[in-house]
Design a protein around this ligand. Sequence first.
Ligand code: SF4
Length: 254
Amino acid sequence: MIARYSEPLANLDYLYDRLAAAHRLAPHAKLAITTNTDYLTPVVLDRLLTLGLTRIYMSIYLKANVRWTLDVARGYTNRLVKKLGLQLLSSNETRVSLQCTYRYKTLDLHATCHNWNEYGTDRGGTLEQYIQKERIGPCRDPFETFVIDYTGAVMPCCALRSDLPQGIKFAVGNLSEPGTTIFDIYAGQLSAWRRSLVTFGSKTSPCTTCTHRDIPEELAASIAARMEKHLQHIGRYQHFSSRNRKQPDGLVIG
Ligand code: SF4
């Protein structure tokens, strides 16, 4: 997926070139981008399809000074759907967000319009307005993602940025260094990071107050009990239980 705090459609020729290379090198990979939709048109959608793109995540932002309500979010979303000629597949409304899925020919599209005054995470403790409570739940982000910044820096998760002074110390490797591979980093430094986030309990910086993909409080107790049972079943409970958990080997934390 091409994302990471940037707008890939701002430089279409470059994006088309990168997608073509990715498709050539990994023809079976599912390619996706995240966009704010400003530059997204039916012509661009068709071109992206021919380059092998399979999914687009659309982040819909309101204009400055527009207050978020579900009605406003529906209005913004509907205008985008009309502009692009999308077919609605599903819609999910909550108190703080509107999330929809669409189809355009063979392309999957996911749209989110969040109320950023109430919905957001502290990005590894860097956004004070979102520091609200301690994280107790595990984090699956380092298990499911492999995050590479434009410099080649590999970050443990999408919440941490290597271009911020507070974030660069959390980089677990740099693929621009000769001889470095994604496999070494995934099985090396990143495995220690993953181990530190497997179970319930207090987390060290930068995860202490991060709520990104956290488990809802009402589900925490039952999931914790099932996880403990499973860890005991596979003989790893002592290794991962919070009383015995060690700081990840070789990790520079905090
Ligand atoms: S809890 Fe830690 S690893 Fe997970 S998203 Fe937040 S900062 Fe990243």
